[in-house]
Design a protein around this ligand. Sequence first.
Ligand code: GLU
Length: 506
Amino acid sequence: MSTKKVRVRFAPSPTGGLHLGGVRTVLYNYLFAKQNNGDFIVRIEDTDQTRFVAGAEEYIFKCLEWCGLTPDESPLHGGSYGPYRQSERKENYRKYAEELVEKGFAYYAFDTAEELEAKRKEIANFQYSQHTRSSMKNSLTLSAAAVETLLNNHTPHVIRIKMPENEHISFTDMIRGEVSFNSSQVDDKVLLKADGMPTYHLAVVVDDHLMQISHAFRGEEWLPSAPVHILLWQYLFGLENMPQWAHLPLILKPDGNGKLSKRDGDRLGFPVFAMDWTDPKTNETTTGFKEKGFLPEAFVNMLAMLGWNDGTDKEIFPLQELVEKFSLDRVHKGGAKFDYEKAKWFNHEWIKKLPTANLQWQVAGLLKAGGIQVSDEHALEKVIAITKERCTFLNDFTEQASFFFKRPAIIDIDAVRPKWNEQKNLFFTELIRTYRLTQFWQAADLEKDFKEIAAVNTIKPGELMLPLRIMLVGGKFGPGVFEIAEILGKEETVSRIEHVLSLLEH
Ligand code: GLU
């Protein structure tokens, strides 16, 4: 590795929800930076004004915050290479585009939208390239004097790269190894638009240079653009200063057939965005992993494993351990199939693994949203400890924990009534009496009393367990029924049993 300070960047265009593939790009950048005592930069690539979406940038930072992947430099966090929004760096770019024209690596193109449209009609799959540029209106076909007049008259124009003929362009990708392209197959991309804004191609190269980016990791979908970027580096700054590239494998649909899209999530019923995203135009909200009930620890861990492993079977990694173990050598070249069941498994593992204290405020928040204010922190801790095994999503705690703090609103009485009889009624009446008198309110004691009374009344305890559960919980779920009673306490337990007995009388 070079001795340059490691500086990596995530460079999103703020156009909508943050796809999990984007978060994985953030993660791999972050891990690499932290492992090498480097800097992780977020640069907002917002030069395409037509794609501006209100709130999208703010949303991206919220997602990163939720994931715990804090940038060292960004429009939000500051830094000495700012501004970190390309729209605020507009004046930087023109001079590089002009420099390319002067050196003969780029040219002015004056074709109007109508002229281009006419060409597209005339030639199927028309591309502005070395094969067509000689029949277009540009500084290569017009005389120098004509070009000067057009420029002096402020005629709208763009600057395009002049792709060389039949040149071999290659670079070493940190994941893919040697990658090469033939320059004749690449079109003359626009570098500077008529509104004076750079396109992504020019801006990415200029800013990676000015921000002294040492390594550029991005999704595989950018690989076809790499030859343009390599040439721009060569023409403007010299290849030796170019960042090292790594194109990360795609995240594929569960069946492996193409890139995972938001639509796949909608179709198959799982989130694709990190957090809820509301499209400001349609007002339509797409559910995110956070709101679905994923822990950030699980989400990040799951993403790390989509395309990487540490060479063993180990799958559960806290972020700090990922920082230590991550290596680009072990990132796969091929796409990684997204498996929602596996994502759920990660979440369940993390719910079980996290110390109860870390879950406490989140569960308290969920209960509060459901109208339950928990005042007994100690009880909540116990509730989490005995219910977390049953929760795949954080939101499952709403069902699993609410009844501890609030009497169930719905009681599944029909699950009890068909087999209810006077003998059972007597049993529960006696149970209430015993429970009222008992000095020991521990699950084991409560179970012992329960079984003794059942034996005296010659009823199988198995037949009494379900009614007791329905009395305390309202339905057929939850952890061990005597553990529930222990947490509910004497008064509440007895009162819930009495309440259901009275319902059964009618
Ligand atoms: N602005 C590009 C995007 O939206 C970034 C590509 C890159 O990292 O070079 O993904």
